[in-house]
Design a protein around this ligand. Structure first.
Ligand SMILES: [Zn+2]
Length: 680
């Protein structure tokens, strides 16, 4: 082997190991920067020596050339489906049935069971030869599936080579690992939220999203979807002696596959049932969508003797959780107005109990979706909720539709301010573009004062709400006309708080022009676009007179963005808003280019992890703040973490930080630390 090959092999092994630490164990041992450094070295070397690129190289996780069709693959051992049980009685009769056909000398009392969560995702089979992932296939019809190997490679907790950790274990000559590809609920909700903001398509549930992502002919798209994997079975293995399901799970774990931590091994059916019931109760707290539990007879020997009936094994059964669906009456379709003015339809429902939770509202995504599903007021509808996913209307029951029902029309006027609504281009999203719309106001204020925009210290969302409710703010420019006496009359405002707020507001008048433009919250105009357009049109007068064509001539500004900017400035109400800012003395033109960054590098050498909801900053704001001050942010807590930035409703990271005695900071103390810690 040449020196280059040796170095490449070492790099790949190292990076694959760190991926395993990060994505499977959630316990990284190096920083993100160190990781990036390794990956960069590998990338550069591979670019220089493409002949040495191997299929297990972590650089291959970004996706490959698009396919025109998926190749069909035969499963050497069919991927069977399972019989179902719907209650405890079904489970007991399953056990009784088995009892009658057990081999001589074995009784029901001798049986051992393994209970696993049934994750609502997609079953796949992964084939490894001498440790190398050579194929990933979907279940398909159980006998024939589809070859989705390039997509499988993009899933970060699927090892490209096993063992994924250096434990001295020799890889088996050949192994087929089975498991479920799924979309974590948090990622699913975040993705849908972002899609809604953009006015793009949303997915009905995590399973559809996982399926749509895994079956992309272009694996580069799959690579951008945060899919995850749990392994739960071995299809076959050559070169290892595995006798029970529990041994199989232990072996998979040893090889570095993710195995669900919530698994019970017991000899007692009552414990099995208890376990399943406990699970059912906490199903809405799980980070994934589980629709049941799978109970398997532990011994492979017994599994074989019990055999298969039809195409379902006798030795396993799926205990299905009660459906998280119900039917109820849709009373009205209403519109909710978001910060960008987007109007999202939602359903008011006759309250209905779904899986122990009373649901009286459900999302309808957008008006095109309502039309496509032909959902109408007065309909009896199927409503679904799963896990933490927002309840949604699945479909109307047409047989029960009242004779006089009419299709839902998208509102022509904003449900809150009664100004005309608009669609931009052929987008599915509907908007209220009145900047003074009260529904948008609080969310606009929150955005205007945020770190990405005017960065007004001490101006949190609660203050924004309070001022709007008290009638002191009617638009975002009113911030600059607040008076000390007005503030002192409010609950919770002592002199110091009022003065600090006013100082922060006063200082924000000097913020760079592009931040001001960002703060206006014009659709599609975030900080990047603001920088581009203020560079081309360095004053508010130039910008507000720019034509669609002028704006489109800026590199990075497309027709959609240009149209949105022109539409915003063409509204008289928005022009009036600009005049108020001008009167207030807010900077409405670009200054000469600033001479370098003078933010103190006070957090240099410190590593932070952020969890939970912070009072005024988004996590991204906090991350930006830390990085601007020279600190580092990583995704999970380890011994190398210096501080945990802790917001409300933190995740498991908080417990981990506590167990490692890592100090925590709230948002305010983080700011303080940024201002006062050692200087670089
Ligand atoms: Zn409105």
């Amino acid at each position: 082997m040449s020196d280059i090959e040796t170095r490449l092999t070492k790099l790949r092994d190292e990076i694959n190991y760190h991926l395993y630490r990060y994505h499977t164990l959630d316990d990284p041992v190096i920083s993100d920067a160190e990781y990036d450094h390794l990956l960069n070295e590998l990338r550069t070397l591979e670019e220089e020596h493409p002949e040495y690129i191997t299929p297990d190289s972590p650089t291959q996780r970004i996706g490959a050339e698009p396919l025109s069709i998926f190749e069909k693959v035969n499963h050497p051992i069919p991927m069977t489906s399972l019989g179902n049980a719907f209650d405890d009685a079904d489970m007991r009769s399953w056990l009784a049935r088995i009892g009658r056909i057990l081999p001589d000398g074995v009784t029901v009392a001798d049986l051992e069971f393994v209970v696993e969560p049934k994750i609502d995702g997609l079953a796949i089979a992964l084939t490894y030869e001498n440790g190398l992932l050579v194929r990933g296939a979907t279940r398909g019809n159980g006998t024939v599936g589809e070859n989705v190997t390039p997509n499988i490679r993009t899933i970060k907790n699927i090892p490209l080579r096993i063992p994924a950790k250096s434990n001295g274990l020799e890889p088996p000559q050949r192994i087929e690992v089975r498991g479920e590809v799924y979309m974590p609920i948090a990622e699913f909700n975040a993705f849908n939220k972002a899609q809604l903001e953009k006015g793009d398509r949303v997915y009905a549930n995590p399973r559809n999203f996982a399926a749509g992502s895994l079956r992309q002919l272009d694996s580069k798209i799959t690579a951008q979807r945060p899919l995850a994997f749990f392994s739960y079975a071995i299809g076959y293995v050559e070169g290892a002696d595995i006798q029970t399901q529990q041994q199989a799970l232990d072996y998979l774990n040893e090889l570095g596959f993710p195995v669900n931590p919530d698994i019970l091994h017991t000899g007692d059916m009552e414990s099995v049932l208890d376990f399943i019931h406990t699970w059912m109760e906490r199903r809405n707290q799980l980070p994934y969508d589980a629709d049941g539990a799978v109970v398997k007879i532990d011994s492979f020997d017994l599994q074989e003797q019990l055999g298969v009936v039809g195409n379902a094994p006798r030795w396993a059964i799926a205990y299905k959780f009660p459906a998280q669906e119900a039917t109820t009456k849709l009373l009205a379709v209403k519109g909710n107005v978001g910060r960008t003015g987007q109007i999202t339809p939602y359903a008011e429902l006759e309250p209905v109990n779904i899986g122990g939770v009373t649901v009286s509202q459900a999302t309808l995504h957008n008006y095109d979706d309502v039309a496509k599903k032909d959902i109408r007021e007065g309909d009896t509808v199927v409503v679904k909720r799963a896990g933490d996913v927002i309840p949604q209307v699945v479909k109307p029951i047409l047989d029960l539709r009242p004779a006089d029902s009419v299709p839902v029309q998208p509102p022509e006027r904003c449900p809150v301010c009664d100004e005309p609504t608009s669609r931009q281009g052929d987008d599915v999203a509907l908007f209220c573009i009145n900047a003074a719309c009260p529904a948008q106001l609080v969310r606009q204020i929150e955005y205007f004062v945020s770190r990405a925009a005017m960065d007004i210290e001490g101006f949190g969302i609660k203050i924004g709400e309070q001022l709007a409710v008290e009638g002191l703010l009617h638009d975002i420019a009113d911030i600059y006309f607040l008076e000390r006496d007005q503030l002192l009359g409010l609950e919770g405002f002592a002199e110091k708080k009022a003065d600090n707020l006013l100082t922060g507001i006063e200082q924000s008048k000097q913020q760079p022009f592009d931040r001001f433009i960002t703060g206006l919250g014009i659709r599609y105009v975030g900080s990047t676009v603001s920088e581009l357009i203020t560079a081309a049109f360095p004053s508010i007068d130039q910008l507000s007179q720019a034509s669609q064509a002028d704006l489109e001539s800026i590199e990075g500004v497309g027709p959609r963005i240009a149209e949105s900017i022109v539409a915003w400035f063409s509204r008289p109400a928005n022009q009036a808003l600009i005049e108020k800012f001008r009167q207030a003395g807010v900077t409405l033109a670009s200054a000469k280019p600033a001479g370098g960054d003078d933010t103190p590098q006070s957090l240099t050498g410190l590593t932070f992890v952020i969890t939970g909801t912070l009072p005024t900053w988004s996590r991204n704001d906090a991350k930006e703040f830390i990085e601007q001050h020279g600190g580092k942010v990583t995704g999970s807590v380890s011994k190398k973490t210096d501080y945990l930035v802790l917001g409300e409703n933190p995740g498991s990271k908080a417990n981990k930080a506590e167990s490692l005695n890592i100090p925590t900071l709230d948002e305010e103390s983080l700011r303080k630390l940024g201002r006062t810690a050692k200087s670089a």
